[in-house]
Write a protein that binds this ligand. Structure first.
Ligand code: UD1
Length: 333
């Protein structure tokens, strides 16, 4: 199958390209390198020993997208491209709404013109806002979201729902990711955020490498087993495989549009992650306890039953794999 991957040189996109190529699919990437590097193309090719066709182009460029569909017979699309920094989205909401929504419009128009109907959309557990209950299942209330980034994901889910209603040939899987961490076991692909990281795992690795002095643990007075926040961390290679399960579903069944949690169903605290990282990598991660971060919830983890039953997806990697591979990528960079 020929799969177009928007944002295919980014963190989750690049890992998904590897899994697609390993399964024998042809991969066409469109990426504007806003948050990625062209070298990632070579890393993907080195790992898989296969070629990937890359267009350096903005997905917002509608005519450019139509041209990609004219030049390639595309069977399915996985749409990762988008801005994703929560803090930046609060400071620059228009930039987030413009980029994330316009790119989706332009992609969808090009898809419809080319009569390409299978789409996997990279959504997020952020659409649940402050969760109604945990574990979070797909029937939990959506929103209110807590930042413009999250709102773009929620809006896009709604827009795709309306579009599918109007164009019943569209077959769309919305994947709601929990907290992606880890890296490819080769050490070649991983997460490399610009500036001081906001997310836990990129921050931990920068403390371990002594680029940052210590980790600030945001609160130890939550109602959790050790007082620190609990999240559903999922290894990015597992997450990438989830996309193949979703594609497989779309190619064998007409689902219309449906949503699936992609998590492990297991919650780990901040201190669980720190301890696992220290133990597995034999490194120290000094930390201090700071006040709670505004907007954080105590506990957020998935009920993964629907993706297990309907997509045949199950995360296989352990917390040790996550912390080891995260470090290997940084050591290798
Ligand atoms: C955030 C985003 C989510 C996004 C995800 C990507 C919000 C509300 N949610 O989730 O939309 O998809 O990142 O992975 O922003 N922590 C520390 N110290 C740090 C960093 C984090 O103690 O320096 C703690 C947090 O308080 C939290 C846990 O680590 O308990 C995870 O935080 P983080 O990695 O930022 O992810 P989320 O906030 O869960």
């Amino acid at each position: 199958m020929n799969v177009l991957v928007t944002g295919g040189l980014g963190f989750i996109g690049s890992h998904t390209c590897v899994e697609l190529l390993n399964e024998g699919h042809e991969v066409i990437v469109v990426d504007n390198l806003y948050n990625s590097k062209i070298e990632v193309k070579n890393y993907i090719e080195n790992i898989t020993k296969k070629q990937v066709k890359v267009y350096i182009q903005d997905v917002c460029d509608k005519e450019g997208m139509k041209q990609i569909f004219k030049e390639n017979k595309i069977d399915s699309v996985i749409h990762f491209a988008g801005y994703k920094a929560v803090g930046e989205s609060v400071a620059k909401p228009l930039m987030y709404y413009e980029n994330n929504l316009i790119s989706t419009f332009s992609l969808c128009e090009a898809m419809l013109e080319a009569e390409c109907y299978n789409l996997v959309f990279s959504s997020s557990a952020t659409v649940y806002g402050t969760p109604e209950r945990t574990p979070i299942d797909e029937n939990c209330r959506l929103g209110p979201t807590t930042n413009p980034y999250g709102t773009t994901k929620l809006f896009i889910e709604q827009i795709l729902t309306d579009l599918q209603f109007a164009n019943s040939k569209l077959n769309i899987a919305l994947l709601r990711y929990f907290n992606p961490v880890g890296a490819h076991e080769s050490g070649l692909l991983g997460e490399d955020p610009k500036g001081i990281p906001n997310n836990l795992m990129p921050y931990i690795v920068k403390v371990a490498s002594k680029e940052l002095e210590k980790l600030h643990v945001f609160g130890n007075d939550y109602d959790t087993h050790d007082g620190t926040g609990v999240r559903d961390y999922i290894h990015v290679v597992d997450l990438a495989k989830g996309h193949l399960c979703a594609l497989n579903k779309l190619n064998t069944e007409k689902i219309g549009i449906d949503c699936y949690n992609v998590g492990t169903g297991v919650g780990y605290s901040v201190l669980d992650m720190v301890r696992a990282f220290e133990k597995e990598n034999n490194l120290e991660v000094p930390f201090v306890i700071d006040p709670r971060r505004p907007g954080d919830v105590a506990t957020c983890y998935s009920n993964p039953d629907k993706s297990c039953k309907e997509l045949g997806f199950k995360a296989m990697k352990t917390i040790e794999d996550m912390v080891r591979d995260s470090w290997k990528f940084v050591e290798n960079s």
